[in-house]
Design a binder for this molecule. Structure first.
Ligand code: ZN
Length: 286
Protein backbone atom coordinates (compact mmCIF):
# COMPACT_ATOMS: atom_id res chain seq x y z
CA UNK A 1 0.00 0.00 0.00
CA UNK A 2 1.26 3.53 -0.75
CA UNK A 3 2.11 5.80 2.17
CA UNK A 4 0.17 8.86 0.95
CA UNK A 5 -2.46 9.45 -1.70
CA UNK A 6 -2.86 12.81 -3.45
CA UNK A 7 -6.45 12.49 -4.70
CA UNK A 8 -6.42 15.79 -6.58
CA UNK A 9 -3.28 17.10 -8.29
CA UNK A 10 -2.53 18.85 -11.57
CA UNK A 11 0.95 17.64 -12.50
CA UNK A 12 -0.67 17.56 -15.96
CA UNK A 13 -0.66 21.40 -15.99
CA UNK A 14 1.87 23.70 -17.64
CA UNK A 15 3.63 24.49 -14.36
CA UNK A 16 5.16 21.00 -14.64
CA UNK A 17 5.82 20.95 -18.38
CA UNK A 18 9.56 20.51 -17.94
CA UNK A 19 9.68 17.99 -15.13
CA UNK A 20 6.29 16.24 -14.74
CA UNK A 21 7.60 12.70 -15.14
CA UNK A 22 10.46 13.37 -12.75
CA UNK A 23 8.09 14.79 -10.14
CA UNK A 24 5.83 11.75 -10.46
CA UNK A 25 8.76 9.36 -10.21
CA UNK A 26 9.88 11.14 -7.03
CA UNK A 27 6.33 10.76 -5.67
CA UNK A 28 6.29 7.04 -6.37
CA UNK A 29 9.71 6.50 -4.87
CA UNK A 30 8.53 8.27 -1.71
CA UNK A 31 5.38 6.19 -1.60
CA UNK A 32 2.89 8.82 -2.76
CA UNK A 33 0.24 7.88 -5.32
CA UNK A 34 -1.42 10.58 -7.39
CA UNK A 35 -4.58 11.35 -9.36
CA UNK A 36 -3.98 14.06 -11.93
CA UNK A 37 -7.15 15.93 -12.69
CA UNK A 38 -8.18 17.33 -16.07
CA UNK A 39 -10.16 20.55 -16.29
CA UNK A 40 -10.89 20.53 -20.02
CA UNK A 41 -10.08 18.46 -23.10
CA UNK A 42 -6.35 19.01 -23.40
CA UNK A 43 -5.52 18.73 -19.69
CA UNK A 44 -7.72 15.61 -19.43
CA UNK A 45 -5.88 13.94 -22.32
CA UNK A 46 -2.59 15.00 -20.74
CA UNK A 47 -3.59 13.38 -17.41
CA UNK A 48 -4.47 10.08 -19.11
CA UNK A 49 -1.30 10.01 -21.23
CA UNK A 50 0.78 10.71 -18.13
CA UNK A 51 -0.86 7.89 -16.17
CA UNK A 52 -0.21 5.46 -19.04
CA UNK A 53 3.53 6.01 -18.68
CA UNK A 54 3.49 4.42 -15.21
CA UNK A 55 2.68 0.86 -14.24
CA UNK A 56 0.80 1.79 -11.13
CA UNK A 57 0.31 4.64 -8.72
CA UNK A 58 -0.46 7.44 -11.21
CA UNK A 59 -4.08 7.85 -12.32
CA UNK A 60 -6.31 10.34 -14.11
CA UNK A 61 -9.63 12.09 -13.71
CA UNK A 62 -11.27 13.61 -16.80
CA UNK A 63 -13.83 16.37 -17.13
CA UNK A 64 -14.69 19.99 -17.75
CA UNK A 65 -14.26 22.48 -14.90
CA UNK A 66 -17.25 24.87 -14.53
CA UNK A 67 -14.80 27.76 -14.96
CA UNK A 68 -14.05 26.58 -18.51
CA UNK A 69 -17.65 26.81 -19.66
CA UNK A 70 -16.97 30.47 -20.36
CA UNK A 71 -13.93 32.43 -21.33
CA UNK A 72 -12.93 34.79 -18.55
CA UNK A 73 -9.97 36.25 -16.76
CA UNK A 74 -9.30 34.80 -13.33
CA UNK A 75 -7.12 36.79 -11.00
CA UNK A 76 -6.53 35.52 -7.51
CA UNK A 77 -3.95 35.65 -4.81
CA UNK A 78 -2.19 32.47 -5.91
CA UNK A 79 -2.98 32.38 -9.62
CA UNK A 80 -3.88 34.53 -12.56
CA UNK A 81 -4.89 33.13 -15.92
CA UNK A 82 -7.32 33.30 -18.79
CA UNK A 83 -9.83 30.49 -19.26
CA UNK A 84 -10.85 29.16 -22.65
CA UNK A 85 -14.49 28.44 -23.33
CA UNK A 86 -15.28 24.80 -24.09
CA UNK A 87 -18.51 22.92 -24.72
CA UNK A 88 -19.00 19.65 -22.87
CA UNK A 89 -18.35 16.96 -25.48
CA UNK A 90 -19.85 13.87 -23.92
CA UNK A 91 -18.55 11.45 -26.60
CA UNK A 92 -15.02 12.77 -26.22
CA UNK A 93 -15.00 12.38 -22.44
CA UNK A 94 -16.77 9.01 -22.63
CA UNK A 95 -14.04 7.55 -24.79
CA UNK A 96 -11.33 8.98 -22.53
CA UNK A 97 -13.13 7.58 -19.48
CA UNK A 98 -12.87 4.08 -20.93
CA UNK A 99 -9.16 4.00 -20.14
CA UNK A 100 -8.44 1.80 -17.11
CA UNK A 101 -6.16 4.61 -15.88
CA UNK A 102 -9.16 6.91 -15.45
CA UNK A 103 -10.47 6.53 -11.91
CA UNK A 104 -12.80 9.54 -11.76
CA UNK A 105 -14.94 12.00 -13.71
CA UNK A 106 -14.21 15.69 -13.09
CA UNK A 107 -13.29 18.11 -12.00
CA UNK A 108 -16.84 19.12 -12.52
CA UNK A 109 -19.38 21.01 -10.47
CA UNK A 110 -20.38 24.53 -9.58
CA UNK A 111 -18.35 27.70 -9.20
CA UNK A 112 -20.47 30.69 -8.24
CA UNK A 113 -17.40 32.55 -7.01
CA UNK A 114 -15.83 32.98 -10.42
CA UNK A 115 -18.76 34.00 -12.59
CA UNK A 116 -18.15 35.73 -15.89
CA UNK A 117 -20.17 38.86 -16.62
CA UNK A 118 -23.56 38.26 -18.21
CA UNK A 119 -26.90 36.79 -17.24
CA UNK A 120 -26.12 35.30 -13.82
CA UNK A 121 -29.09 32.95 -13.71
CA UNK A 122 -28.36 31.60 -17.19
CA UNK A 123 -24.68 31.07 -16.31
CA UNK A 124 -25.51 29.20 -13.11
CA UNK A 125 -28.11 27.11 -14.85
CA UNK A 126 -25.61 26.14 -17.56
CA UNK A 127 -23.15 25.07 -14.82
CA UNK A 128 -25.81 22.90 -13.19
CA UNK A 129 -26.75 21.37 -16.52
CA UNK A 130 -23.16 20.46 -17.42
CA UNK A 131 -22.60 19.09 -13.91
CA UNK A 132 -25.58 16.76 -14.37
CA UNK A 133 -24.05 15.58 -17.65
CA UNK A 134 -20.87 14.68 -15.74
CA UNK A 135 -22.97 12.76 -13.23
CA UNK A 136 -24.51 10.82 -16.11
CA UNK A 137 -21.04 10.07 -17.46
CA UNK A 138 -19.79 8.89 -14.06
CA UNK A 139 -22.84 6.65 -13.80
CA UNK A 140 -22.40 5.21 -17.29
CA UNK A 141 -18.64 4.66 -16.97
CA UNK A 142 -18.89 3.53 -13.32
CA UNK A 143 -16.26 5.95 -12.10
CA UNK A 144 -16.03 8.14 -9.02
CA UNK A 145 -17.36 11.69 -9.26
CA UNK A 146 -14.70 14.38 -8.59
CA UNK A 147 -16.59 17.51 -7.56
CA UNK A 148 -15.43 21.13 -7.53
CA UNK A 149 -17.66 23.52 -5.58
CA UNK A 150 -17.18 27.13 -4.64
CA UNK A 151 -19.84 29.38 -3.09
CA UNK A 152 -22.50 26.91 -4.22
CA UNK A 153 -22.84 24.25 -1.52
CA UNK A 154 -26.64 24.62 -1.33
CA UNK A 155 -27.18 24.04 -5.04
CA UNK A 156 -24.60 21.25 -5.03
CA UNK A 157 -26.45 19.54 -2.22
CA UNK A 158 -29.77 19.83 -4.06
CA UNK A 159 -28.35 18.18 -7.17
CA UNK A 160 -26.46 15.45 -5.31
CA UNK A 161 -29.46 14.63 -3.18
CA UNK A 162 -31.48 14.04 -6.33
CA UNK A 163 -28.77 12.20 -8.28
CA UNK A 164 -26.70 10.51 -5.55
CA UNK A 165 -28.03 6.99 -6.12
CA UNK A 166 -26.86 7.02 -9.75
CA UNK A 167 -23.16 7.17 -8.93
CA UNK A 168 -20.86 5.07 -6.74
CA UNK A 169 -18.34 7.22 -4.92
CA UNK A 170 -18.35 11.03 -4.66
CA UNK A 171 -15.37 13.19 -3.68
CA UNK A 172 -15.88 16.85 -2.81
CA UNK A 173 -12.47 18.28 -3.50
CA UNK A 174 -10.97 21.24 -1.60
CA UNK A 175 -13.81 21.29 0.87
CA UNK A 176 -14.08 24.69 2.57
CA UNK A 177 -17.74 24.65 3.64
CA UNK A 178 -19.00 24.95 7.18
CA UNK A 179 -20.05 22.30 9.68
CA UNK A 180 -23.65 22.15 8.46
CA UNK A 181 -22.53 21.66 4.87
CA UNK A 182 -20.04 19.00 5.92
CA UNK A 183 -22.71 17.07 7.80
CA UNK A 184 -25.10 17.19 4.84
CA UNK A 185 -22.51 15.83 2.41
CA UNK A 186 -21.32 13.15 4.81
CA UNK A 187 -24.94 12.09 5.14
CA UNK A 188 -24.94 11.62 1.38
CA UNK A 189 -21.91 9.37 1.78
CA UNK A 190 -19.48 11.80 0.13
CA UNK A 191 -15.77 12.05 0.86
CA UNK A 192 -14.37 15.45 1.86
CA UNK A 193 -10.92 16.25 0.57
CA UNK A 194 -8.61 18.74 2.30
CA UNK A 195 -5.51 20.55 1.02
CA UNK A 196 -3.00 23.27 1.96
CA UNK A 197 -5.80 25.68 2.93
CA UNK A 198 -5.97 23.95 6.33
CA UNK A 199 -2.37 24.98 7.01
CA UNK A 200 -3.04 28.69 6.43
CA UNK A 201 -3.58 31.12 9.24
CA UNK A 202 -7.32 31.33 9.91
CA UNK A 203 -9.28 34.29 8.60
CA UNK A 204 -12.78 35.18 9.65
CA UNK A 205 -14.28 34.38 6.29
CA UNK A 206 -13.95 31.17 4.34
CA UNK A 207 -11.98 31.87 1.24
CA UNK A 208 -8.76 30.76 -0.36
CA UNK A 209 -5.82 32.68 0.93
CA UNK A 210 -6.80 31.87 4.46
CA UNK A 211 -8.22 29.02 6.44
CA UNK A 212 -10.97 29.56 9.00
CA UNK A 213 -11.71 28.46 12.52
CA UNK A 214 -14.81 26.88 11.02
CA UNK A 215 -12.72 24.71 8.71
CA UNK A 216 -10.79 23.48 11.75
CA UNK A 217 -14.10 22.43 13.29
CA UNK A 218 -15.02 20.56 10.13
CA UNK A 219 -11.72 18.66 10.16
CA UNK A 220 -12.11 17.85 13.86
CA UNK A 221 -15.67 16.62 13.45
CA UNK A 222 -15.55 14.78 10.13
CA UNK A 223 -15.36 11.02 10.62
CA UNK A 224 -11.86 9.76 9.84
CA UNK A 225 -13.35 7.37 7.27
CA UNK A 226 -14.61 10.29 5.13
CA UNK A 227 -11.40 12.35 4.92
CA UNK A 228 -9.04 12.49 1.94
CA UNK A 229 -5.81 14.39 1.34
CA UNK A 230 -5.01 16.36 -1.80
CA UNK A 231 -2.62 19.11 -2.84
CA UNK A 232 -4.46 20.71 -5.82
CA UNK A 233 -0.89 21.46 -6.99
CA UNK A 234 0.56 23.62 -8.49
CA UNK A 235 -1.80 25.82 -6.44
CA UNK A 236 -2.46 26.11 -2.69
CA UNK A 237 1.03 25.26 -1.45
CA UNK A 238 0.84 24.34 2.25
CA UNK A 239 2.82 26.11 4.94
CA UNK A 240 5.78 26.18 5.41
CA UNK A 241 6.41 25.98 1.65
CA UNK A 242 4.04 28.75 0.61
CA UNK A 243 5.34 30.85 -2.26
CA UNK A 244 6.89 27.84 -4.01
CA UNK A 245 5.28 25.64 -6.65
CA UNK A 246 3.16 23.02 -4.90
CA UNK A 247 3.61 19.30 -5.63
CA UNK A 248 2.21 16.01 -4.29
CA UNK A 249 5.42 15.70 -2.26
CA UNK A 250 3.94 18.31 0.10
CA UNK A 251 1.12 16.03 1.26
CA UNK A 252 2.93 15.35 4.52
CA UNK A 253 2.45 18.97 5.66
CA UNK A 254 -1.30 18.65 5.20
CA UNK A 255 -1.34 15.31 7.04
CA UNK A 256 0.61 16.94 9.87
CA UNK A 257 -1.93 19.77 10.27
CA UNK A 258 -4.86 17.35 10.22
CA UNK A 259 -3.06 15.19 12.78
CA UNK A 260 -2.70 18.24 15.02
CA UNK A 261 -6.39 19.14 14.67
CA UNK A 262 -7.57 15.60 15.25
CA UNK A 263 -5.01 14.91 17.99
CA UNK A 264 -3.82 11.79 16.24
CA UNK A 265 -0.36 10.64 15.09
CA UNK A 266 0.44 11.87 11.56
CA UNK A 267 1.29 8.32 10.49
CA UNK A 268 -2.27 7.25 11.33
CA UNK A 269 -3.69 10.14 9.29
CA UNK A 270 -1.53 9.11 6.33
CA UNK A 271 -2.51 5.45 6.57
CA UNK A 272 -6.22 6.02 7.05
CA UNK A 273 -6.54 8.67 4.29
CA UNK A 274 -4.63 6.40 1.91
CA UNK A 275 -7.02 3.54 2.67
CA UNK A 276 -9.93 5.95 2.12
CA UNK A 277 -8.49 7.09 -1.21
CA UNK A 278 -8.11 3.52 -2.46
CA UNK A 279 -11.74 2.88 -1.50
CA UNK A 280 -13.01 6.19 -2.93
CA UNK A 281 -11.31 5.50 -6.27
CA UNK A 282 -12.05 1.77 -6.21
CA UNK A 283 -8.40 0.84 -6.56
CA UNK A 284 -7.01 -2.40 -5.28
CA UNK A 285 -3.46 -3.00 -4.10
CA UNK A 286 -1.76 -6.28 -3.45
ZN1 ZN B 1 -8.17 21.28 -9.07
Amino acid sequence: MPKYFDTHAHVNFNAFKDDADQVLEDCLSQGAWVVNVGTQKDTSVQAVEMAKRFNEGIYASVGLHPMHLFSQHVDEEESSFHTREEKFDSDFYTSLANSPKVVAIGECGLDYFRLPSGDEQAIKSKQRDVFEQHIALAAKSRKTLMVHCRDAYDDLHKILKKERSKVGKVIIHSFIGGLEDARKFIELDCYLSFNGIVTYKPRKELKPGGSSPQLYEVVREAPMSRILLETDCPYLTPEPKRGQRNSPLNLSFIALKIAELKKMPAADIARQTTENALAALELKTV
